[in-house]
Design a binder for this molecule. Structure first.
Ligand SMILES: Cc1ncc(COP(=O)(O)O)c(C=O)c1O
Length: 371
């Protein structure tokens, strides 16, 4: 039987992710619009982005937060281009985005000493292979496979290399061991339901030290440059962006940060996401035709929740289309490079009650297609 109740909000995309509950674009503080981002009013807003991100995330003393161009991709590439070269690099990947970073390191930067540790969709590579004297590049949460790492215990406290972590679908939804991470990137469009366009780059003091003492042999585009005369350009980490940002996106992100604070901070956003995963875990436990793509329960993502069905790829497409046509779930097909299945976002901006309302619809769509 077709369910009656529909999710109040059918947006379950894995990026751009659903806007926060109660979001209303007319409530944004737009006093910065039409003004120079270098005027005091613009700098204050951008400075708040940096300082309040650090505060809400509870970053260790000395960690810097910068707003950079080109969303998470921009932040990761800025880090790879600026920092890699002096040490061998260990790259760990288990889905398409992580694999993309390997491609950049091998084919674009053409680094010679690169160790590749890969795993298929649903699995994690053996992170304990990480060599503390190498630089280590990895994603925290594989957005397209729904597999996350659970901790940073495999990272040495005495490492000589840097850890560079693409955490775009993890920050604000998962505990991060900041002291183990030298570079962390994320974008506004993920867990906080912000906009694309700008990336966030978090640097540990060790990453800054590398920047100030190493000059890569390759050309560096202006939008990647973080140092001048061997010194960190501090302004990038206090609100003076390299080039012109969208102040509308900035206002939107500040609104999202205010929302995080209003619901109880980082603990609350992590808890919301965990509750969302629990709804889907219950559903999967009750139905033998649907499973997590993640093979190990502990590695199941609580943001990009990837599920496989006992249907072929065309049938899965039909399920996704049916749910879309009914207006109960948008954009929940697996990523184009991942195995056929569903990918449902469970980050903090998604309401548990909406996921609860969605589950019977998935059963209904499955039954329609498998008959
Ligand atoms: C793990 C990961 N890295 C990088 C990206 C690219 O992010 P952006 O489009 O914000 O640059 C994504 C986007 O989904 C992602 O999931």
């Amino acid at each position: 039987m077709k369910p009656i109740q529909k999710p109040a909000n059918p947006n379950f995309s894995s990026g751009p992710c659903s806007k926060r509950p109660g979001y209303n674009v007319t409530n944004l503080d737009l006093t910065t619009l039409g003004r120079s981002h270098r005027a005091a009013i613009g700098k204050v807003a951008l400075g708040r982005v940096c300082s309040e991100t650090a505060e809400v995330l509870g970053l260790p003393e000395g960690y810097r937060v910068g707003v950079v161009p080109a969303s998470d991709t921009g932040a990761v590439e800025m880090a790879l281009w600026s920092l890699l070269g002096p040490r061998p690099v260990d790259v760990f990947y288990w889905e398409s985005f992580g694999q993309g970073w390997l491609t950049d390191i091998v084919k674009q930067l053409k680094l010679a000493q690169v160790n590749e540790y890969a795993a298929d969709y649903g699995l994690l590579p053996d992170m304990s292979q990480a060599n503390p004297s190498h630089d280590i590049v990895f994603t925290w949460n594989g957005t397209t496979s729904g597999v996350k790492i659970t901790d940073g215990d495999w990272i040495s406290d005495d490492r000589e290399g840097l850890t560079i972590c693409d955490a775009t679908s993890a920050v604000f939804a998962m505990e991060m061991p900041w002291e183990k991470l030298d570079v962390v990137t994320f974008s506004w469009q993920k867990v906080l339901g912000g906009e694309g366009a700008h990336g966030m780059l978090i640097l540990s003091p060790r990453a800054v030290e590398r920047l100030e003492n190493y000059t890569p042999p390759w050309p560096m585009p202006k939008i990647f440059r973080m140092t001048k005369g061997g010194k960190l350009i501090d302004g990038i980490f206090t609100g003076e962006t390299i080039n012109t940002p969208s102040m509308l996106c900035v206002a939107d992100y500040l609104d999202a940060l205010d929302w995080v604070k209003s619901i109880g901070g980082l603990k609350a956003t992590i808890a919301k996401s965990a509750e969302n995963l629990a709804v889907i875990e219950k559903f999967v436990a009750e139905n033998d035709w649907i499973n997590f793509l993640a093979q190990d329960e502990a590695t199941r993502s609580n943001t990009s929740i990837c599920l496989s069905l006992d249907l072929d790829a065309d049938q899965v497409k039909k399920v996704v289309k049916l749910l879309d046509a009914e207006g109960v779930a948008y954009d929940i097909g697996a990523y184009r490079d991942a195995p056929a299945g569903l990918r449902i976002w469970g980050g903090a901006t998604v309401e548990k009650t909406d996921l609860e309302a969605l589950m019977p619809w998935i059963t209904w769509a499955y039954q329609q297609v498998s008959q």
